[in-house]
Design a protein around this ligand. Structure first.
Ligand code: 0O2
Length: 216
């Protein structure tokens, strides 16, 4: 059995800090389970849909549980007390799953299939495909709630699901590297160029979607 860490190079860690991290770790464990459950649901949808329709609507899936520092940073940014008991209500994206689909129609199909499951509640959605962000960002975001069955209770856990096409993901990944959370305002000429690259990605999606429909 691993012994708890009670000393660091700077000295002894006080009981309140140890207790805080213990509670936070237990709290985050439930989010890890929620992500695993959601990934399993999506993998089942992907494989079964492919079997029945000979088309896999999911290219790949990634996931993450926010790091404790990032959680606390966001709580403070939102003007909330950095208290473990307030995280579940205060933040919607402690757990995140990103679903990359081949075509735009697949994005909506997967969202519909997921939202249609009886133990998945869609709390809200933001359709940045129908209405892209001013910088050009496109994706469909869902905040869903699913039950996680633990040894002594059931927890209902929120997960942010981002659904996007390969082209949307290509753009968002590179934009994130270049500008997202840019401390200062992005210079106007860069912003224009960025928006124009997003328009090219949207055109690509539309043309690929049309080829897909014609072939099917
Ligand atoms: P990270 O590092 O990816 O986790 P919120 O900030 O969640 O309280 P908001 O702004 O309404 O509220 O959330 P929104 O618009 O639904 O966006 C949440 C997430 O979408 C972000 O998480 C990003 O992952 C992604 N996202 C939103 N806008 C952009 C964008 O312009 N470019 C890129 N590349 N990604 C975007 P985080 O926590 O901000 O970041």
């Amino acid at each position: 059995m691993r012994r708890p860490v009670t000393q660091v190079s700077g000295g002894e860690i006080g009981p309140p800090v140890i207790e805080f991290y213990r509670r936070l770790s237990r709290f985050l464990l439930v989010y890890k389970f929620a992500v695993e459950e959601l990934m399993t649901k999506l993998r089942i949808l992907s494989e079964e849909f492919d079997f029945v329709h000979r088309h896999d609507p999911i290219e790949h899936i990634t996931s993450r549980v926010k790091r404790p520092e990032a959680i606390m940073e966001k709580m403070v940014r939102k003007g909330l007390e950095p208290d473990v008991d307030l995280i579940a209500d205060g933040l919607d994206d402690v757990a995140g799953v990103r679903v990359i689909c081949p075509f735009v129609s697949d994005v909506y199909r997967v969202a519909e299939m997921l939202g249609g499951q009886h133990d998945v509640t869609v709390l809200h959605s933001k359709d940045y495909i129908a209405k892209p962000k001013p910088n050009g960002y496109r994706s469909l975001h869902l905040i869903v709630r699913i039950p996680v069955f633990l040894s002594d209770r059931v927890e209902h856990v929120k997960v942010e699901v981002q659904l996007r096409t390969i082209a949307m993901d290509f753009w968002a990944t590179l934009e994130h590297k270049l500008f997202y959370k840019y401390d200062d305002q992005v210079p106007a000429d860069f912003a224009d160029e960025l928006a124009s690259t997003a328009a090219i990605a949207a055109q690509l999606d539309a043309r690929m979607q049309s080829l897909h429909q014609r072939l099917r």
